[in-house]
Ligand binder design. Sequence first.
Ligand code: ATP
Length: 439
Amino acid sequence: MPRSLPYADMDKMISLSKRRGFIFQSSEIYGGLGSTYDYGPLGVELKRNVKEAWWRSVVRQRDDVVGLDSAILMHPKIWEASGHVENFSDPLVECRSCNRRYRSDQLETEKCPECGGEFTEPRRFNLMFHTFMGPVEDTSHEVFLRPETAQGIFVNFPNVVNSTRKKLPFGIAQIGKAFRNEITPGNFTFRTREFEQMEVEFFVKPGTDEEWLQKWVDARFNWYVSLGIRRDNLRLRRHEGDELAHYAKDTYDIEYRFPWGWGELEGIADRTDFDLGRHAEASGEDLTYFDEETRERYIPYVIEPSGGVDRATLAFWLDSFDEEPDGDATRTVLHLHRVLAPVTVAVLPLSRNERLTPTARSVYEQLRYHLNSQYDDAQSIGRRYRRQDEIGTPYCVTVDFDSIEDHQVTVRDRDSMHQDRVAITDLVGILQDKVEHGW
Ligand code: ATP
């Protein structure tokens, strides 16, 4: 549907977020904790729906990917073998006058932007959070909070192959928290120190990796489009040779046009046999795969689509925002895809008249077992439609005085504002069909 705005106004979104309960500053009553956020009642539903849609698309609807949920705390040797202890760092500089710290590769000037002071020489700052396992706090008990979910997948490769008897090519998918002690977090939930990732490690025969990289790039790009992000606000960017990570042979980023500029939503990398090779060497375990067709034994190559749950949620949310002229007023509406919207259907009795309540409550009771539903009888019906538009509810069901006699209700579509009269007995089926097929 054509929208009037190329992208959302961040100030309006942050105010909507707080007012309606999408995202809150974490620890707010104590003044907040830098760059950490909590998802409120609507935000948590939106984020869950994003994760569900991803899981459906990469696990349930394919027969070549299985799921995993590995622990956040892992053996510290994993992070040595993966290269994170040595390489997972950003260049940090500190202003000699005001002591502010910056990532030097993100600075556009050679002087401190805050006070014009001189910087120290850059030093490598490792982004991994660490803590201690058990009551003794010394380096032999040090463990890391994982900075990516990927390594939990690599070290479970033999477990998954042996327990599922999957044949190449196949993948393992995981959604979970990751932690990075970012030097300069910011732009709301775009860059935080605690976030969630959704990653697939897709294992292929060496030599077929380039073809599989293209397939995954297409599949992942189309996923964002199919769930409503406007194509104009998405782009694919291939990494230049000097930008590639130490493990990657080739990488594409899917970027979204955020209000502050283009930013990465997901990277799709050809990681070759780097990770399994390193873990085989460091653990002494055999991580090769026996290819029954060719009777060969080899370490598979890996294609990794690695996305951020919080960034995807933010992009879907921002991209859906619009302010449409509506008579003399303006209608604020989130055109969220129907499977992502935090509330799928709102049941609205025409008024609080007690004759309407039993029918309206019984419609609500029926719907809530099948669809995420909300009951709202406060204020005028017009205002209630606006309140649902503002949080992106795709369907409203209105119960009026005729409903008591004819057992029919009105279904209103958020985007077209078209209204249909349907029998209460058919309502669940009709709404489920709309959610699935979107008519
Ligand atoms: P960036 O260049 O923005 O720091 P990255 O290239 O380091 O990101 P990856 O290591 O490829 O990111 O991580 C995969 C995905 O995890 C990213 O595409 C992003 O969606 C998400 N992600 C990474 N770091 C953060 C963060 N600090 N906050 C929120 N999401 C993040």
